[in-house]
Design a protein around this ligand. Sequence first.
Ligand SMILES: Nc1ncnc2c1ncn2[C@@H]1O[C@H](COP(=O)(O)OP(=O)(O)OP(=O)(O)O)[C@@H](O)[C@H]1O
Ligand SMILES: [Mg+2]
Length: 270
Amino acid sequence: MSSNGIKIKMNNSLLKDQQNKKVKISVNDLNLFYGEKQALYSISLDILENEVTALIGPSGCGKSTFLRTLNRMNDLIDGVKISGNITVDNEDIYKTTDVIKLRTKVGMVFQKANLFPMSIYDNVAYGPRMQGIKNKKELNEIVESSLRGAAIWDEVKDRLKTSALGLSGGQQQRICIARAIAMKPDIILMDEPTSALDPISTLKVEELIENMKKDYTIVIVTHNMQQAARVSDKTAFFLNGEVIEYDETSKIFSMPTDQRTEDYITGRFG
Ligand SMILES: Nc1ncnc2c1ncn2[C@@H]1O[C@H](COP(=O)(O)OP(=O)(O)OP(=O)(O)O)[C@@H](O)[C@H]1O
Ligand SMILES: [Mg+2]
């Protein structure tokens, strides 16, 4: 298994040289257990700055678990044990005790919009206020730039003080993205952000992701193969807690190296 991990790592460092992009997140021999049950096996891969990296694979293969290790969200689950290491900007995040700071730097958007029952404005201003920002003008600026960044400003600018829960599902999901942006993260993790959306809202969010990568490093879990092919630069194929293949998205979808990857992307299982 570790030989597999090493191979993936080397392949990726080759890509890195070619593209001259910075490694934002480096994962090295990561294993994760829920109690006795192992959920991730010897994962090693590098995620490059200002790229979109897609995580694909059948249900239960560990995609969400892996995503949560990147901002230590698994710390909130009882009985989780982790070995190996993960660095963000060359800093070992499991040795850093400042988890709050880490989660500011590594934001997250979930499968279902999880807005608070308060106004659109207050939802977006929530995080910055928690960080101690009270100045009205400064908050106004953060709210506007975050909503613009999430491509929803024009749709909501005249109703900022109305309840966020009155928006459509697709609009709510973009408010969740605005809320993540308001924290000024470097990295945004997205766990199936469009699975509850109609095709038009899905395309809007995909366009948004495309535009966001100039400013952020994005890691997205998706069950939608077309979506992975459309939005991502790199794709990692997970199976039973292992990364089977990790490469350029165009390569994964045109010429996968592993038969299991091919079987999955052509819909033979999962
Ligand atoms: N809190 C938890 N406690 C114990 N086991 C868990 C927990 N969360 C996930 N698991 C187990 O870990 C494995 C990986 O789950 P995970 O949710 O990461 O899969 P996934 O790839 O995201 O699946 P899906 O596509 O269905 O969302 C599964 O066997 C799951 O049952
Ligand atoms: Mg999941």
